[in-house]
Design a protein around this ligand. Structure first.
Ligand SMILES: Nc1ncnc2c1ncn2[C@@H]1O[C@H](COP(=O)(O)OP(=O)(O)OP(=O)(O)O)[C@@H](O)[C@H]1O
Ligand SMILES: [Mg+2]
Length: 247
């Protein structure tokens, strides 16, 4: 399988702080990859570099065959990025937000009408098309943000904690949509704070203080650490790195 994302020694420094420290990772086309790690581990910084929104201090990343630092424009055409705090316009309705983002991507005419209808149907948001974004529930806001990200039909989706603060039922809806996208051949690279979500990924990377300290399938991660669940595997791995003795 072709690697659609590939990083070599990808590093980001902010002054004295190394937020992302020599990251080597690959993601195959059609895979769903989950990046997890404590607050401040460097997840968002990694995503921003992969999206060509931030230059690496050192190392490189290729996304869909393009170098993110040298050809950011080409990368942006291939991918959709849903930021941790995605910019919805609270006073605009669901539909108006979609039109705004469609304009941004130069999607007009019948294509826009068809795509908007298709996305509203897929996310079951049709009944709410005329509701201002500011009056949506948290889960619906996330679905709207996802729709706006999908408007230009990206091959790769970068989602930064897309279900943060969303109730379990809405999270399940959100995952149904993600599975549908995977079936259509889209590659998904996401960060999440929820380990049940990490468990659903094909492979998971554990980031700690900017370093990728473990990267494999959830199954292998649990077996290697002798843990019943991913939470146990993560805690053991982080403790091992920090030299903490666990009972
Ligand atoms: N623009 C910036 N300037 C200086 N430091 C930054 C900047 N952006 C991030 N950092 C620092 O880099 C580190 C990694 O931040 P990042 O946002 O990537 O973490 P994260 O894993 O996404 O955390 P969270 O789970 O809280 O979203 C943090 O210590 C953060 O304070
Ligand atoms: Mg973050």
């Amino acid at each position: 399988m072709e690697n659609i994302i590939e990083t070599r020694g990808l590093t980001k420094r902010f002054g004295e702080l190394t937020a992302v420290d020599h990251l080597d990772l690959t993601v195959a086309q059609g895979e769903i990859f989950g990046l997890v790690g404590p607050d401040g581990a460097g997840k968002t910084t990694t995503l921003r570099m992969l999206c060509g929104l931030m230059d690496p201090s050192e190392g490189s990343a290729r996304v869909a065959g393009y170098d993110v630092a040298r050809e950011p424009r080409a990368v942006k055409d291939q991918m959709g990025y849903m930021a941790q705090r995605f910019g919805l316009y609270q006073d605009l309705t669901v539909e108006e937000n979609m039109v705004f983002y469609a304009d941004l991507f130069n999607i007009t005419g019948q294509t826009r009408v068809d795509l908007t209808a298709q996305l509203l149907r897929m996310t079951r948001m049709e009944p709410f098309r005329a509701r201002p974004a500011g009056q949506l529930s948290g889960g619906m806001k996330q679905k709207l943000a996802l729709m706006c990200t999908l408007l230009h039909r990206p091959r790769i989706l970068f989602l930064d904690e897309p279900t943060n603060g969303v109730d379990p039922v809405s999270r399940r809806d959100f995952w149904t949509i993600l599975y549908q996208l995977l079936k259509d051949g889209i590659t998904i690279f996401m960060t999440t704070a929820y380990l049940d979500e990490a468990e659903r990924c094909n492979r998971v990377g554990l980031l700690h203080k900017g370093k990728l300290i473990r990267c494999s399938t959830p199954e292998v991660m649990k077996t290697e650490t002798g843990s019943a669940n991913l939470e146990g595997a993560f805690i053991k791995t982080i403790h091992a790195v920090e030299g903490v003795v666990t009972a």
